[in-house]
Ligand binder design. Structure first.
Ligand code: M6R
Length: 594
């Protein structure tokens, strides 16, 4: 949902190559246009256009810009088509102020009308363009850049992380945020700002997290942060332990396949959170109810949590889509633990729900990105240890979320057997990954398909939903995940000759019933791909194709392992279709608008 960066170097070196390097790392946040603004020789220099980063760089040579400080942006269009005019940075009429922005200014139309009435002329269709105009107007009234930005945020409504530079007050970047992420990095060679840490990992590991309404002023000598009353705030400096290599492809063709291959490590590292999770359980105390709130893949991880917690710990558990939370949240109380699962920790729908839940209940965030908004607003935090995830499709963060939930449920229920079983999961995942080439070959068989169904029962039902989501978001093929027993209540009518149906059928209590559902679709002509236990002869005779999983993977832990072949299938089908799995159309990694 757009990414911003800014940098001011301590020496008089050119900042453009560094800005370009940093903003390139945020391409997963938006890839329909890119732009940079630097300052040199008394004026602002801007290069921007629509298109992917490498295309725009090829035509504009983005690293060739003068000046030792500047700002940059990648865009995921909300207001106005992807076009050169709508690309950021945006400027006022006289090119005296340049701004990059991530978020949405909800009242921009009223502001724009008013400014037009005062004689301002606009060039773009964006909500953002009002910001440089307002800053310039307030500077013309005698305010310095910081106070012009302060006055501007008094006028605009909505979500924003903003960085601004001005010719009238050079050698300084002023940044602020509300409901959109912004971090400030203290590097050896200069000072940085960014929407997300992968942008600046190479340059700065000591991070400051500005709070809503605080204003950060970056210059050659350092960073100061002022609160809304202009008082200097003594910000805590946190050090990120991610390495720059973690945010690189390291020889893989795409981030997605790299991240799929990192899943055993993600599980292993997240299992180290056991003590922290036990402490949280002890501190939270008596619980009458648990309520998960999440979106997308994180919602599917939450559904697995419901099955686990209800069956192991007997605590009633709901799962609510974050965007629907406000329509059903009035039954929470102080004996409810509301659990927010989010890779990014910045999803707007989840943050809105968190603010509501904080009023009545204890809240827990299960989040991958350290220092993100959910980690700062929830009462308790479990940090999943997946490392940075760049591919838009969540993979390793999903298994890391699941690992945290499994630990949480097993510790809540003092289920030693499950705790021991979890230790074997990384090896089971690695065994699936050994079948990479076979799965790649198999995926070619489905090039004809326009629709896919995914079926699973019990613990395997969320896996079916997640398998379908992976397929549709990156390959653009329609995929439906269904509870296997629900198919006969309607969707069975859609099963026809040759329709691929992926059946998730691990050994266990639900095996027989799932097998009946497999036969139902098979007898109607479906092309059945079964994900089941190695050596299952009955499955071999019924399915058209099988991906075999170690038979020691019990039904209860199957979600952590059976999802891996589904991710690989989605990935390879996407390559067959000629699409980029890391940058699916219309999507962004972090959804900071409601
Ligand atoms: O950062 P979050 O986990 O809160 O994001 C939630 C969804 O936007 C996310 O899971 C989305 O569905 C992914 N693209 C799935 O691969």
């Amino acid at each position: 949902m757009c990414g911003i960066v800014g940098c001011i170097l301590k020496e008089d070196d050119d900042v453009a190559p560094i800005l370009f390097d940093c903003i390139s790392k945020l391409e997963y946040r938006g890839y329909d246009s890119i732009g940079l603004a630097t300052f040199d020789g008394g004026k602002i220099h801007i290069k921007k256009d629509k298109g992917k980063i490498e295309e725009v760089d090829k035509s504009l040579n983005l690293t060739d810009m003068p000046g030792n400080f500047g700002i940059a942006h990648v865009r995921w269009a909300t207001h106005g088509d992807p076009s050169k005019l709508n690309s950021h940075p945006h400027v006022d009429e006289e090119n005296t102020v340049a701004v990059v922005h991530n978020g949405i200014i909800e009242n921009y139309l009223e502001i724009k009308e008013e400014l037009i009435g005062e004689g301002h002329r606009f060039k773009s269709e964006t909500d953002t363009e009002v910001i440089p105009h307002l800053i310039q107007k307030f500077m013309d009234e005698g305010n310095d850049l910081e106070h012009a930005v302060r006055k501007t945020i008094g006028v605009i409504e909505g979500a924003y992380a903003i960085a601004a530079i001005s010719v009238n007050e050079p050698d300084k970047i002023v940044a602020t945020r509300k409901d959109s992420p912004l971090i400030i990095g203290l590097g050896e060679n200069g000072y940085y700002l960014a929407s997300d840490s992968p942008a600046i990992l190479k340059y700065a590991k000591d991070i400051i997290y500005p709070e809503k309404g605080e204003i950060a002023i970056l210059d050659k000598t350092g960073v100061v942060v002022h609160d809304e009353f202009d008082n200097a705030v003594n910000k805590e400096i946190e050090t990120i332990n991610w390495t720059p290599e973690m945010a690189e492809k390291e020889g893989y063709e795409h981030f997605m396949i790299k991240e799929i291959n990192e899943q055993a490590t993600a599980v292993r590292n997240t299992l180290t959170q056991r003590e922290n999770i036990q402490n949280i359980i002890d501190e939270v105390g008596d619980l009458q109810r648990i309520c998960f709130v999440a979106c997308g893949t994180s919602y599917h991880a939450s559904l697995t949590g419901k099955y686990l917690i209800e069956s192991l710990a007997g605590i009633p558990t709901d799962v609510i889509l974050a965007s629907e939370f406000k329509y059903s949240a009035n039954t929470l109380n102080d004996k409810t633990l509301v659990v927010f699962i989010s890779q990014s920790g910045e999803t707007a729908d989840s943050l809105k729900a968190l603010d509501v839940a904080n009023k009545t209940s204890k809240t827990l965030g299960i989040v991958n990105v350290a220092g993100s908004a959910i980690t700062r607003r929830a009462d308790y935090v479990i940090q999943t240890q997946a490392g940075p995830e760049i591919g838009v499709a969540a993979t390793k963060t999903y298994v890391a979320q699941l690992t945290s939930i499994y630990l949480f449920a097993a510790l809540l229920a003092s289920d030693e057997e499950l705790l021991n079983d979890l230790d074997n999961v990384p090896d089971f995942i690695d065994e699936v990954l050994l079948q990479n080439d076979l799965i790649e070959e198999l995926s070619k068989r489905y090039n004809y398909a326009r629709d896919f169904f995914y079926l699973g029962r019990g613990y395997s039902y969320p896996t079916a939903l997640e398998g379908a989501l992976k397929l549709k978001e990156i390959s653009y093929i329609h995929g439906e995940g269904y509870a296997a027993g629900e198919l006969k209540h309607g969707p069975l009518a859609l099963i026809d000759e040759g329709i691929p149906v992926v059946v998730i059928i691990p050994p266990g209590d639900n095996y027989r019933k799932t097998m009946s559902n497999l036969e139902e679709v098979k007898s109607r002509g479906a092309n059945v791909l079964a994900i089941g236990a190695e050596g299952d002869e009955s499955l071999e005779s019924k399915a058209n194709a099988i991906i075999s999983i170690n038979p020691d993977v019990k039904e209860i832990i199957a979600p952590l392992v059976y999802i891996v072949p589904l991710q690989l299938i989605a990935y390879y089908i996407t390559l067959e279709k000629g699409h980029d799995p890391d940058k699916p159309k219309n999507l962004a990694k972090c959804v900071t608008v409601e």
